[in-house]
Design a protein around this ligand. Structure first.
Ligand code: CTP
Length: 400
């Protein structure tokens, strides 16, 4: 359909990038990327594509458009373009081009193929860089020698593809990676671009493999000053996944920032200043809470062990953020008493309030002020410790 409309409009259309790679590997392609030699708007807004409730978003400045269908399916249109990098690690200058120049600007050969949608040549594969052969051999190969220097995010993108598809770097590309790292090219990336790629990496379900590759590619310094002790880290990551799953099952309405759990686990045994240095540079949501947790965590196990009442343990757990609490639980076996205490706090105790509220206490003769706050706190603690259960026992407890 799209090819037919594009031909009538005189704007040749091609399927490109990740979806071609995924289709050739018989993997489902969740969204389709289309490269257009011509007017993106005319095609994206053409009536046959505008089914009821389809939402069209145009970005004329970038020559792109997105069509979202009610079932979640998405079509991304982009004008074919030529890219020029004025300096290493900067954003490129772009101008309109044809499909060949559009393929030539891409990261890896496996992502630089297109399928022609023109009715007369429909289905033809355009593969000027040998992507199909690399796909068969499981190789990641850049298109030219300056690729990693132009756009260092490709290093982390490559790592991600290596993990997802279990591919390896082609020999020449491996040498280019080493050269780029020797020039410390990743240090030239903005914190925002670097963090976005790292976050994708941390959220891979194969995180242990991703971290092993990170080590093999000598990229540990991005995350830590020293490589991690993989044996103990892998145990904590497995437990971290269990903790995150547990949380999603028991608290389905709450949001959790998984990357914060992983950073806390990864940074638990490094100097605090090393974590701070990275968070100063990366725009991590809630980064200050990760730093606060890292300060609190060393003393938590001892303090929790000494806590003689549920209310005392509750006060300690409350000092940690949610990711910090789950990261601490991930340091213990699933059946450990520490994990039980953390889960108990999350499921029940943190929601328990004083059985009598401020108004009810005033009705009993207390005047508003700090003293009333203290009484509310003591009532809540007594409830956490099972000494009072309802309003009536709370009143008796107060009188007593
Ligand atoms: N691309 C690139 N260099 C980048 C980012 C993207 O060359 N730094 C190109 C690649 O051709 C890539 C396409 O843009 O295939 C789309 O990028 P993106 O959606 O980020 O990745 P996909 O390859 O589609 O992979 P995913 O399945 O992760 O979405």
């Amino acid at each position: 359909v799209i090819g037919g409309i594009a031909a009538r409009l005189g704007t040749p259309a091609y399927l490109v990038g990740g979806c071609v790679r995924d289709l050739l590997q018989n993997r489902p392609a969740p969204d389709l990327d289309l490269a257009i030699e011509g007017d993106v708007r005319a095609l994206a807004e053409s009536p046959p594509l505008q089914q009821p409730h389809a939402q069209c978003q145009l970005h004329p400045r970038f020559g792109t458009a997105t069509l979202r269908y009610p079932d979640g399916f998405r079509l991304d249109f982009a004008r074919c373009r030529i890219e020029h990098y004025p300096a290493p690690a900067t954003l490129p200058e772009v101008r309109p081009g044809d499909i060949h120049s559009d393929l030539a600007r891409r990261d890896f050969t496996i992502n630089a193929m297109a399928v022609d949608l023109n009715p007369t040549t429909f289905g033809e594969l355009l593969d000027p860089h040998g992507g199909r052969a690399d796909l068969r051999q499981g190789l990641l190969r850049v298109l030219h020698a300056g690729s990693f220097l132009d756009d260092p995010t490709r290093i982390l993108r490559g790592l991600r593809f290596a993990v997802r598809f279990q591919f390896r770097l082609e020999k020449g590309t491996r040498a280019l990676l080493r050269e780029a790292l020797a020039q410390d090219i990743l240090a030239r990336l903005s914190g925002a671009r670097l963090w976005r790629e790292l976050q994708y990496l941390l959220e891979l379900s194969d995180l242990p493999i991703a971290l092993e590759r990170l080590g093999a590619w000598r990229l540990w310094p991005l995350l830590r000053p020293e490589p991690a002790d993989m044996e103990s880290l892998l145990v904590r990551i497995r437990r971290g996944h269990q903790e995150i799953d547990w949380f999603r099952r028991h608290c389905p309405d709450e949001t959790l920032f998984d990357a914060a759990v992983w950073l806390t686990i990864l940074w638990r045994d490094i100097p605090w200043t090393e974590a701070e240095k990275r968070l100063h540079y990366w725009p991590v949501a809630g980064g200050h809470r990760i730093l606060r947790d890292l300060r609190l965590l060393p003393d938590m196990p001892g303090a929790l062990t000494r806590a003689d009442r549920p209310s005392a343990a509750g006060r300690l757990w409350e000092r940690l953020s949610l990711p910090g609490l789950l990261a601490l639980c991930a340091e213990y076996p699933e059946t450990d008493i520490m994990v039980e205490s953390g889960h108990q706090h999350l499921r029940r105790q943190r929601w328990l309030s004083s059985p009598l509220n401020g108004k009810e206490l005033q009705a009993l003769g207390l005047t508003p002020g700090p003293r009333l706050g203290e009484v509310l706190e003591r009532l809540r603690n007594a409830r956490l410790d099972g000494e009072i259960k309802d309003k009536e026992t709370a009143r008796q407890w107060l009188i007593g």
